[in-house]
Design a protein around this ligand. Structure first.
Ligand SMILES: [Mn+2]
Length: 346
């Protein structure tokens, strides 16, 4: 980006941040949510924001219809997240963290008359953004929680409350894979350092987020490793998780999270895919439709979002996904075809 463009992007960011601060100062009662099937950054940014808003005297309802994953239940405030909203609940403004896409927000999210202005905080690239009266988005931020820290600073909530610091740290650790991904910058590490200064215990967070597995998850991993097929001269690895495997391992759906990374770990693999069979659905005539989710990961310069888009999904260059109504076998075949196209082109 040219220096001039970077300068104007920064001015725009400052303008939007001022708008967010004005909205907070003008209200008293807020709703805070994040995308469904929340992850460390979704929950971390949401809980950190709630803590910051309470620090300036606001009344806050945190809301997500999906359960908190076991690995994130250590976050203070996660036990108080409402799974349903009281009927007719009304807010001065509502905050949506870590997505700008309506389809990723709970159906129960209140209509404009009750939500108040909708403020979106996000760090994903611009496409499929269709939500928010005020959209504070910065795709250079390693996690949405980084934007929450900027809001806290702008509100004068500094230093961060301890529970917010822990939530931000969990968000950053999740979205950077433990300060490993290329989204990790010097600024990320400085942010991490400032959170340790606030008393965060790095091992408590890392152990909760990445380790502390239930035995059933290890058993599921063992079975999933056995399904890895390496194709295209070692450049493509495809892994499969079926309902039968989940059942035999005694595992839950949330335990599938992250398994695709094991396929990416293989030296030489440039495209890793996980085909994950979800619960079947029934169409209007009562016929059973199998549903699969595809998770894609790239190593090196591959852009796996192109595979995802070809399958009707989307995502980032290095992490993308799609949802297909077909059997695992049929979906695996389609994934292989699209991955081959990408590898041949690249
Ligand atoms: Mn995120």
């Amino acid at each position: 980006m040219a220096a001039q463009a970077r300068g104007s992007a920064r001015r725009l960011d400052q303008y939007v941040l001022d708008e967010v601060v004005r909205t907070i100062r003008a209200g008293r009662r807020f709703l805070v949510t994040c995308h469904v099937q929340p992850d460390g950054d979704g929950l971390g940014s949401m809980l950190a924001l709630a803590s910051v808003l309470r620090a300036v005297g606001a009344e806050v309802v945190t809301f997500n219809p999906d359960p908190v994953p076991l690995s994130l239940a250590f976050l203070p405030g996660s036990e108080a997240i409402a799974r349903r909203l009281p009927r007719g609940a009304k807010f001065d403004a509502s905050f949506v963290c870590d997505t700008a896409s309506r389809s990723l927000v709970a159906r129960e999210f209140p209509p404009p008359a009750r939500s108040g202005p909708v403020v979106v905080l996000d760090h994903h690239a611009a496409f499929e953004a269709d939500l928010g009266d005020i959209v504070y988005r910065d795709d250079r931020a390693c996690a949405t929680a980084e934007l929450v820290v900027r809001i806290a600073d702008a509100l004068g909530v500094s230093p961060l409350p301890e529970d917010a610091a822990k939530a931000v740290y969990a968000a950053v650790v999740t979205d950077t894979g433990g300060f490993r991904y290329s989204s990790t910058t010097a600024a990320t590490l400085r942010l991490g350092a400032s959170l340790l200064d606030r008393g965060v215990d790095p091992w408590e967070v890392a152990y909760s987020v990445f380790e502390g597995w239930m035995p059933a998850r290890m058993e599921l991993l063992r079975r999933a490793l056995g399904t890895i097929r390496v194709l295209e001269g070692g450049r493509l690895a495809v892994m499969t998780v079926t309902r039968a495997m989940l059942e035999k391992a005694g595992a839950t759906d949330e335990m599938v999270e992250g398994l695709v990374n094991y396929a990416r770990m293989l030296r030489g693999v440039e495209v890793a895919a996980l085909v994950w069979e979800r619960e079947s659905e029934r169409d209007a005539r009562g016929r059973v439709i199998p549903v699969c989710k595809v998770s894609l990961r790239a190593q090196a310069a591959m852009d796996v979002s192109r595979i995802a888009v070809a399958l009707g999904g989307g995502g980032h260059r290095n992490a993308a996904g799609a949802r297909l109504e077909a059997s695992p076998k049929a979906v695996r075949a389609r994934v292989i075809v699209e991955a081959k196209k990408l590898l041949e082109a690249g």
